[in-house]
Design a binder for this molecule. Structure first.
Ligand code: KDG
Length: 316
C-alpha cells in the first residue's frame, strides 16, 4: 500500500486559448487538475509511492482522470465511482496575464464525500498504513459533508499515526459566505501546514510566520511560501529555515503551490534536511510554472540531485 495518500477532488480541466475572451473560445485543451491529485502526481514523480483517494462520476471524464493519474504512477485503488453524480470540471482561462478558474463542481461525485467514506475498507486500509496523508482547504470548502470527513480524518490521524499535511489553498470562489471555522480547526490539527504568504494575508490577516504560529497553535510545522522569492519553515520548536526560490519565466502559475508541496513532502518522507526539502519544493514548483498545465513532467533525477546538493552560494 502507498506511503503517501492525497485526499480531495480531481477535475477535468479545460483550458481555453489564452488572450481570447471566454465567450469567443471555440475549443478547449483537456487536462487534469485538482490540488490533491496534483500533489499525488508530484509525489509519485519524485519516487514516493502515492495513492489518491476520492470519488469520481462513473463517466468518461472520471475514466480520463483515473487513466491520467495511473499514467503518472499514482495508485487509485481507493477511488469510488458514483453512478449518479458527475466528475467535476473546471475551466482555466488566461486573459490579460491573469488566470481565472471557473468551477463546475457543486454537485459533483467528490462533493458527496462524507465521514462514512473513510470507513470503506479500500480507504481505511490505505490511511492505516500511510506515513503521510495530504489534503487542502479546497476539500473543506467543496461541501459541509466533505468538511466533516476531514474532521474525522484528523481523529484517525491520532489512531493510525500518519503525518497530516494541509495546504491552505484558499479559494474565495468556493467559500463565498461559508464559515471558515472548520478550516481553522483542520489547520490547527495538522502536523504540516503549507500556506502562501499572499493567501495568508487574505485568510488570516497576516503572513508573518510568528503571528501565524500564534493563530495556528503549537502543533503544525509551518511552511510559508513567498511566491517567487523564498519559502521558510517554522518548526514547532522555533527553528526557522529559509531558502530562496529559483527564477523561471512563468508561463502559468496554477498548480505551482501543489508542486511545491509535493517537493517539500517528498523531501520530508525521504528524510532530507529541511533546507533541501525546501529546495525540492522550489524545483518542483519551477517545473509547473514553466507549463500551462497544473502539473509538469518530473525533473531529470541527475539534475535534481545536483541542484539539491550544491552549496548555498551556488543555489542563490
Ligand atoms: O492548486 C491548483 C488547483 O487550484 C487547481 O488544480 C484546481 O483544485 C483546483 C481548485 O479547486 O482550484
Amino acid at each position: 500500500l502507498p506511503r503517501a495518500i492525497c485526499l480531495g477532488e480531481a477535475m477535468v480541466m479545460l483550458a481555453g486559448e489564452s488572450g481570447v475572451p471566454l465567450e469567443d473560445v471555440e475549443s478547449f485543451r483537456r487536462s487534469v487538475g485538482g490540488a490533491e491529485c496534483n500533489v499525488a502526481g508530484g509525489l509519485a514523480a519524485l519516487g514516493v509511492s502515492t495513492g489518491w483517494i476520492s470519488r469520481l462520476g462513473d463517466d468518461g471524464f472520471g475514466r480520463h482522470v483515473v487513466r491520467d493519474l495511473q499514467a503518472r504512477g499514482v495508485e487509485v485503488g481507493g477511488v469510488e465511482k458514483d453512478p449518479d453524480r458527475p466528475t467535476a470540471l473546471y475551466v482555466k482561462h488566461t486573459i490579460d496575464g491573469h488566470s481565472r478558474m471557473y468551477y463546475y463542481r457543486s454537485s459533483s461525485a467528490a462533493a458527496a464525500m462524507d465521514p462514512t467514506f473513510l470507513d470503506r475498507p479500500e480507504v481505511w486500509e490505505r490511511l492505516a498504513s500511510a506515513e503521510l496523508v495530504h489534503t487542502t482547504g479546497i476539500t473543506v470548502a467543496i461541501s459541509s459533508t466533505a468538511a466533516a470527513m476531514l474532521e474525522r480524518l484528523a481523529e484517525l490521524r491520532d489512531r493510525y499515526g500518519f503525518m497530516l499535511s494541509v495546504d491552505l489553498n484558499w479559494r474565495p470562489a468556493l467559500w463565498r459566505d461559508q464559515d471558515p471555522a472548520p478550516l481553522w480547526r483542520l489547520l490547527r490539527a495538522a502536523d504540516v501546514v503549507l500556506i502562501g504568504a499572499d493567501e495568508a494575508l487574505v485568510f488570516a490577516g497576516t503572513n508573518d510566520p510568528a503571528e501565524l504560529r500564534e493563530l495556528l497553535g503549537a502543533r503544525p510545522t509551518l511552511v510559508v511560501k513567498n511566491d517567487s522569492h523564498s519559502a521558510l519553515v517554522l518548526e514547532p520548536d522555533g527553528r526557522r529555515t529559509e531558502v530562496p526560490a529559483v527564477t523561471v519565466d512563468v508561463v502559468e502559475p496554477v498548480g505551482a503551490g501543489d508542486a511545491f508541496a509535493a517537493g517539500y513532502l517528498a523531501g520530508t518522507l525521504q528524510g532530507l534536511p529541511v533546507a533541501q526539502r525546501l529546495r525540492l519544493g522550489h524545483l518542483s514548483a519551477a517545473a509547473v510554472l514553466a507549463v500551462p498545465e497544473d502539473h509538469a513532467a518530473p525533473l531529470d533525477p541527475a539534475v535534481r540531485q545536483a541542484l539539491l546538493s550544491c552549496s548555498d552560494e551556488e543555489w542563490a
